[in-house]
Structure formats: structure tokens, C-alpha cells
Design a protein around this ligand. Structure first.
Ligand code: TRP
Length: 337
């Protein structure tokens, strides 16, 4: 009963094949603790993924891997609705309706569209352009109150709010206008090789980026090679981008404050600090790696989870989307439910 009064949180992640320490500390690690306090709805955004070229076989594999990885990160299909976006048809259906409440000019102003269309000049497809409308549909189909998003998705969330408000003023109060959810923790993780750049799996230097599924030796080795500065004191200070990044990582994994870290490593050099960060990160990721290996090899369990998730997601969202259909003026359809 009290469940009905819990706020709804929606978030989704694209099945990119590999996830980085940045994805982990900045996003998915924070999703699991939310499950007790909120009604959480989480999806693997495979529909979004095809806005750029994908190898179909790999997309299927990466989608299952992303699902298994999130289970390993603590998403509990008994507590949350956890599904694969393409399994739930209401997302695409609502997306069309919302696209008719979205202006061409608004979409043209999206910085991600501008960046991606500049990068993929041979395939500036309409899906790349309407991507934020589908994202708005993901969120609005569940009457979501809160959406945890990183910096790069803020503009899309703002657009989703504008679309919801516009729809409501045209058709009457129907959609919930979502708020961004800013997690209490969630440091921005920078490249280990150029700490002024965000950590990215597409970095050409493999030492720049820690992958969630890297083994311990690899993780420690990458941290040992992390770029720092010519000083020797482990402390957080402007200009010490490399050390600041390592401190943020260490702090977000251990919960220690910067001051505590500075005293822990007083009198020790960067070398000791780097090894400590590497080992701590590797140990924290060990259970995720074990869980991932277990889930990805249990296809029957995976299927049971994502099927149940899609069933629940469809039930909730089709109730909301059929209200939207009615408000728009479509003839009620008994088959829809
Ligand atoms: N576009 C998001 C990303 O690439 C993923 C996503 C899809 C999403 N639908 C969403 C995030 C809805 C939040 C809410 O990171």
C-alpha cells in the first residue's frame, strides 16, 4: 500500500558492450541503493543504441551483457522493474505522440545531436535527431518523478520536462513533469592518462580507462601508469588533476574524505597511493565481475528476469499511454490494454 506513495525513479543505460569505472561510480552503482526508497524502473536502452550503426549480433550480445552486469551491480528484479527497452512497445508508441509536441528547433539545439551528427556525417539519421523524444517517452510512460542523469543527459531531461509541460497545457494534466535526481555521491571520473578529459571507453589509449570487467592485474597496472604531477604529496588541490582524480576515485570507493586520504598517505609517495587505489578498485569490482560471470552464463535466469520485467513495465506504461491516446483524441481501443 505504502508502495503507491513511493516516488518513481526511471533510468536507462545503453548497451555499449563495455562499461567503465566512470559508468560504475557515476551511475549504476548508485541505482541499487535507491531500490528500497523508491519505485525504481530501469531499462537497457537498446532502441537508443541503433541511432548509431550496430552489428546486430553484437547488439544482442551487448544487451544481454548489460542486463547481466546490472544484475551483478545489485539491481534486484524483485524490487525494481528491470527490462529491455525494445521489449516494451509503449515506448515507441508514446514517442510518436510526443514527437508531435516537440519542435524541430528544440531538437536542433541539442548539443548531443550536434556532436553526434558532426561525428557520424555519413549517417545523420532521423533517429539520431529524435533520440531525446524517445528518451522523454521512456521517462513519461511511467509517470516518473525523478531521473538520475549525468551531465551529458541533463539537456535531454530538460527537454522531456518541456515536452510534458507542453502536452499538459494542450491536452490537460496527463503527464508527470520529472525532476533530475542528483545522487549524493557520484564523482565524475576522468581519464587516467589525461585527467582533464572524461574517462571514456573509446579512448585510443587503453591505459586511460578502467573497464568494470578488467581483472585485478590489469586494473592495478593501469593505475600504476596513471598520469600525475611532479610533486609528491597526496592532497587535493587545484592544478593536481591526476591526483585529484585518483583521490575522487579512492574516496568514492572507500567513503573516506580527502583529508583522511591525505593523512593515510602522509610520508608515502604517489607510487604507494596508486597501488592502493588500484587494489581497492579491483577488490570493489571483484564481486561485480563474479556476479556478471554467473549471470551471463545462466541464460534461463536472465530470460526469466527480463521477461518478468517487460511484463510489469508493459502493464504500468500501457495504462498511462492509453490515457495519453484518449487525451489526444484517438478512438478508445479495447485491444490496447
Ligand atoms: N540516453 C541515455 C544515455 O545514453 C540512456 C537513456 C535512455 C536514459 N532513456 C533514458 C536515461 C531515460 C535516463 C532516462 O545515457
Amino acid at each position: 500500500m505504502s508502495d503507491d506513495r513511493k516516488k518513481v525513479i526511471f533510468s536507462a543505460i545503453q548497451p555499449t558492450g563495455t562499461f567503465t569505472l566512470g559508468n560504475y561510480l557515476g551511475a549504476v552503482r548508485n541505482w541499487s541503493p535507491l531500490q528500497d526508497e523508491y519505485n525504481c524502473i530501469y531499462a537497457i536502452a537498446d532502441l537508443h543504441a541503433i541511432t548509431v550503426k550496430q552489428e546486430p549480433k553484437l547488439l544482442r550480445q551487448h544487451t544481454l551483457e548489460a542486463y547481466a552486469l546490472l544484475l551483478a551491480c545489485g539491481i534486484d528484479p524483485n524490487k525494481s522493474i528491470f527490462f529491455i527497452q525494445s521489449h516494451v512497445r509503449t515506448h515507441v508508441e508514446l514517442s510518436w505522440i510526443l514527437s508531435c509536441s516537440t519542435q524541430f528547433g528544440e531538437l536542433s539545439r541539442m548539443t548531443q545531436f550536434k556532436d553526434k551528427s558532426a561525428k557520424h556525417t555519413d549517417d545523420v539519421n532521423a533517429g539520431l535527431f529524435t533520440y531525446p523524444v524517445l528518451m522523454a517517452a521512456d521517462i513519461l510512460a511511467y509517470k516518473s518523478d525523478l531521473v538520475p542523469v549525468g551531465q551529458d543527459q541533463k539537456q535531454h531531461l530538460e527537454l522531456a520536462r518541456n515536452i510534458a509541460q507542453r502536452f499538459n497545457s494542450r491536452y490537460g494534466d496527463t503527464l508527470v513533469v520529472p525532476e533530475p535526481y542528483i545522487p549524493k555521491t557520484g564523482a565524475k571520473i576522468m581519464s587516467l592518462q589525461d585527467p582533464t578529459k572524461k574517462m571514456s571507453k573509446s579512448d585510443e589509449n587503453p591505459n586511460a580507462c578502467i573497464l568494470i570487467l578488467d581483472d585485478k592485474d590489469t586494473i592495478v597496472r593501469k593505475f600504476k601508469r596513471a598520469v600525475t604531477d611532479s610533486e609528491s604529496e597526496v592532497c587535493y588541490r587545484e592544478g593536481k588533476d591526476g591526483i585529484n582524480n585518483l583521490m575522487s576515485i579512492y574516496s568514492s570507493v572507500t567513503g573516506k574524505s580527502f583529508d583522511e586520504i591525505t593523512s593515510e598517505f602522509a610520508g608515502k609517495g604517489y607510487g604507494d597511493f596508486k597501488i592502493a587505489v588500484g587494489e581497492t578498485v579491483a577488490d570493489a569490482l571483484a564481486s561485480v565481475r563474479d556476479g556478471f560471470n554467473r549471470y551471463i552464463n545462466d541464460k534461463a535466469y536472465l530470460k526469466e528476469c527480463y521477461t518478468k520485467g517487460a511484463e510489469m513495465a508493459l502493464k504500468v506504461s500501457s495504462r498511462n499511454v492509453s490515457k495519453v491516446y484518449h487525451k489526444v483524441g484517438f478512438v478508445d481501443n479495447e485491444l490496447y490494454r
